[in-house]
Write a protein that binds this ligand. Structure first.
Ligand code: SF4
Length: 432
C-alpha cells in the first residue's frame, strides 16, 4: 500500500475526511518530500478547524446560518461541485433526471409587476403580449397527454394571476378539474397560480395536486427591486398554506435579476431554513424579455448556475433541484456539470410559459450522451412532510419529518445510487 493511500485512509478513518483536499494535499506533499527518508507522522488537522457543513456533509438541517451558506457558495467551484456531488449520491440516483412540462394555462394580463416578466399588464404595451383567457379544460388535458407521451412525468400549469381570489368561481373550478383529470393520467401535477389562501390550498390538495410552485425569486433585501406589488412575507405565507395543506412545496428563484452573490446566498438560505426544506427547488436563469424593465440584464454564465445548484444541493440534500428557465443557450458541458452538482430535473418542451426552451430531441440526445435516465413520476419526495404517494394511499396530512444526518463515513462510501444513503433518510418508504 502506498504511503499516500495509507495517509488517505488514516485521515478518512479518523473522521478527518472533512479536512478534505487540503489535508490530503499536505499529506501528499509530505509524502513526496520524504519518499527516500523515514516516514514522518502527519499531524491531523484539529477538528475545530473543519467547517460544520463539511464535518456534517449531507446532514438535513434547517438551522443554517447565512454565513454558513455563504461559505458553501464561496467554496472554490470544483471543490464545491465535488462536495455537492457527494451529497447528491447519498440521497439520489445521480443518473435519474426528471422531465417536466410547463404550460401557461392563462397568459398575460397579470396585475403583479414582476420586473422580469412579460406577462405583467404593467408593461404589456412594451412587450406586446396580449392577455388571454383561461384555457379550456380539454385543451389542457390534451397538452398533458402529449407531454406524457413524450416522456414528461410532471405537468405544471401556470396562470398569470395575483392569485385564485382574483378570479370567479367558474374559472377556479375549471383549474381544480384540470388538476383532477391530469392527476388521473398518472402524472405529478404542479400548479403556479399566485398567492393562495389556506382554503384554496386545501381545495387543490383535495383535487389531487402533487406540488405547488411559488418562487421566492431572490433574497428578502433584493426583493423590492424585483417587484413592488407584493411582499416577501406574502410569498412565505402562501408557502406555509401549501405546506399545511399537505402539498409538496416547490420554491426557488431566478439568477440574473441584477442581484449580487449575497442575494443568491440569501435566497438559498431562506429556502434551507423554512420549517421543512421544499421538496422541489427550481433554479432559473433569467431570459431577458424585450419590453420588460429587465430587458437589458445580462444572462448569468452557466458556471453561476452550477454554483447555485451545488450550493442548494449541499444545504438541501434531499430536495429535487430543477434546472428551469434559461437552459436554451447553456452548453451541454455546463448542463453536465449542473447534473454532477446535483440537479435532477429539467423542463422540456419547446416553450416555458412564454419563453422558448430546449428541443426535446436535443435533450434526449444529451441524456444519451451523459448516460441519464428519465426519473419516473412519484418517486418519493424524501424531504418535507406529505408525499404524493401518501396522497395516493389516502393517508392524509402527516407531521413534518426531517431525517437524521447520515454518518459522514457512510456518506463518503455511498458509491453511486441513492441506495448508498441510509434508508431512514427517506420519509414514507425510502428512496430506493
Ligand atoms: S411572474 Fe407571475 S405574478 Fe409576476 S407578473 Fe409574471 S405572471 Fe404575474
Amino acid at each position: 500500500m502506498s504511503q499516500l493511500l495509507r495517509l488517505s485512509r488514516a485521515l478518512l478513518c479518523s473522521g478527518q475526511q472533512a479536512a478534505g483536499v487540503g489535508a490530503l494535499q499536505r499529506a501528499f506533499n509530505t509524502s513526496s518530500r520524504t519518499q527516500h527518508a523515514e516516514p514522518q507522522p502527519v499531524a491531523a488537522e484539529a477538528p475545530s478547524s473543519v467547517p460544520r457543513w463539511i464535518a456534517e456533509l449531507g446532514a438535513v438541517r434547517t438551522d443554517w446560518t447565512r454565513e454558513e451558506v455563504a461559505e458553501v457558495y464561496n467554496t472554490p467551484l470544483l471543490e464545491l461541485v465535488f462536495r455537492a456531488a457527494s451529497v447528491h449520491r447519498m440521497y439520489n440516483d445521480p443518473s435519474m433526471v426528471q422531465r417536466c412540462t410547463l404550460l401557461s394555462i392563462k397568459t398575460g394580463g397579470c396585475p403583479e409587476n414582476c420586473n422580469y416578466c412579460s406577462q405583467s399588464s404593467s408593461w404589456s404595451k412594451d412587450t406586446g403580449l396580449k392577455a388571454e383567457k383561461l384555457m379550456d379544460l380539454e385543451d389542457v388535458y390534451q397538452a398533458a397527454l402529449r407531454a406524457r407521451e413524450s416522456g414528461s412525468t410532471r405537468f405544471c400549469m401556470g396562470a398569470a394571476w395575483r392569485g385564485p381570489s382574483q378570479v370567479g368561481n367558474r374559472q377556479w373550478e375549471r383549474v381544480l378539474e384540470m388538476v383532477k383529470r391530469i392527476r388521473g393520467l398518472g402524472m405529478e401535477v404542479c400548479t403556479t397560480l399566485g398567492m393562495l389562501t389556506p382554503e384554496q390550498a386545501a381545495q387543490l390538495r383535495t383535487a389531487g395536486l402533487t406540488a405547488y410552485n411559488h418562487n421566492l425569486d431572490t433574497s428578502p433585501e433584493y426583493y423590492p427591486k424585483v417587484t413592488t406589488s407584493r411582499k416577501y412575507e406574502d410569498r412565505l405565507a402562501t408557502l406555509e398554506a401549501v405546506r399545511q395543506a399537505g402539498i409538496s412545496v416547490c420554491a426557488g428563484g431566478i439568477i440574473g435579476l441584477g442581484e449580487g452573490p449575497q442575494d443568491r446566498v440569501g435566497l438559498i438560505h431562506q429556502l434551507a431554513t423554512l420549517p421543512a426544506h421544499p421538496e422541489s427547488v427550481p433554479i432559473n436563469r433569467l431570459v431577458a424579455i424585450k419590453g420588460t424593465p429587465m430587458e437589458g440584464n445580462e444572462a448569468p454564465e452557466g458556471i453561476d448556475l452550477v454554483r447555485c445548484v451545488a450550493t442548494a444541493r449541499v444545504v438541501m440534500p434531499r430536495t429535487v433541484v430543477r434546472l428551469s428557465a434559461g437552459r436554451l443557450d447553456l452548453s451541454r458541458a455546463d448542463q453536465a456539470l449542473a447534473f454532477l452538482a446535483g440537479a435532477n430535473s429539467i423542463f422540456d418542451g419547446d416553450k416555458l410559459l412564454t419563453t422558448p426552451n430546449n428541443d426535446r430531441n436535443e435533450d434526449q440526445a444529451m441524456f444519451d450522451t451523459l448516460g441519464l435516465r428519465s426519473r419516473p413520476a412519484f418517486m418519493n419526495y424524501p424531504a418535507g412532510n406529505d408525499t404524493s404517494r401518501e396522497f395516493e394511499a389516502g393517508a392524509g396530512a402527516g407531521a413534518g419529518v426531517q431525517a437524521e444526518a447520515p454518518k459522514a463515513a457512510e456518506a463518503m462510501g455511498g458509491g453511486g445510487g441513492c441506495c448508498g444513503g441510509p434508508k431512514k433518510a427517506a420519509v414514507g418508504g425510502g428512496c430506493c
